[in-house]
Design a protein around this ligand. Structure first.
Ligand SMILES: Nc1ncnc2c1ncn2[C@@H]1O[C@H](COP(=O)(O)OP(=O)(O)OP(=O)(O)O)[C@@H](O)[C@H]1O
Length: 240
């Protein structure tokens, strides 16, 4: 199957506030797809719809051909939320063990996965410390490991590198490329322009609508500019 994620005419309102409107997008197998937009544009709402945490008010969203929300399909998705959903009074290892148990991983499988992804996010030396003693970047990395534990086909990462220094940010991106090479499909939200450049394709989101989508190069060439930042403004990203 080439298209892994498909959204058709998706809209979402919180009460009377329309926060997403008329969103159409498709993400192909093995792609890193970026959702770029300023604060409040609707990125988090959109990824919550894709993961099945929220039902769209209108339209349809499918992942691997299954209409969302679907509990069974949600198990095949790794989601890293924007705010770290961690138990701070527990150690990193205990947190990962808890998340692995949610995915019904067996004891040995859990142990191996914690070792593997603890290493991927460079936290092996800190796994037995309580999370309340972690820095912001360490918490983000632990959240990323938690999303990877069950080796999901689809990874959805809401601002994965916020608060992470440039060196670690690079190592997380290297890991995302490695996951992509192994056939995973990845959606990343960001408001950082240079991160957007690292994605295979991008959707530019403003006020709940997609104002343009394509490869970073196409988006720049279409409006004859040299940076995604300028492209965003050219497509109307500055607002009314
Ligand atoms: N649970 C909620 N109830 C009411 N309004 C909400 C809720 N969640 C989000 N919103 C509103 O929806 C709009 C879009 O929010 P969303 O969090 O999706 O944006 P975002 O692009 O992810 O922003 P940021 O980059 O700051 O996280 C905002 O106006 C926000 O106030």
């Amino acid at each position: 199957m080439n298209e892994v994620i498909n959204l058709h005419n998706v809209a979402h309102s919180f009460g009377k506030e329309v926060v997403l409107d008329n969103v159409d997008l498709s993400v192909k197998n093995g792609e890193i797809f970026g959702l770029l937009g300023p604060s409040g544009a609707g990125k988090t709402t959109l990824v919550k719809i894709i993961t099945g945490i929220l039902s769209p008010t209108r339209g349809t969203s499918t992942v691997q051909g299954t209409i969302m929300p679907s509990l069974q399909q949600m198990r095949k998705i790794g989601f890293m939320a924007q705010s770290d959903a961690l138990y701070t009074e527990l150690s990193g290892r205990e947190n990962l063990d808890f998340f692995a148990s949610i995915y019904e991983m067996k004891k040995t499988e859990r142990k191996n996965a914690i070792q593997k992804f603890g290493a991927v996010v460079d936290l092996l030396d800190h796994l037995d410390k309580r999370v309340e003693n972690y820095s912001g970047g360490m918490k983000r990395r632990l959240s990323l490991a938690a999303a990877l534990l069950h080796e999901p086909d689809v990874l959805i990462l809401d601002e994965p590198t916020v608060g992470i220094d440039p060196i670690l940010r690079q190592s997380i991106w290297n890991e995302l490329y490695r996951l992509k090479e192994s056939g995973k499909t990845i959606i990343v939200t960001t408001h950082v322009m240079d991160e957007a450049e690292k994605c295979d394709r991008l959707a530019l989101l403003r006020d709940g609508s997609i104002i343009a989508q394509g490869t970073p190069n196409d988006l720049k060439h279409n409006v004859q500019v040299d940076s995604i930042e300028e492209a965003f403004l050219q497509y109307g990203g500055a607002g009314k």
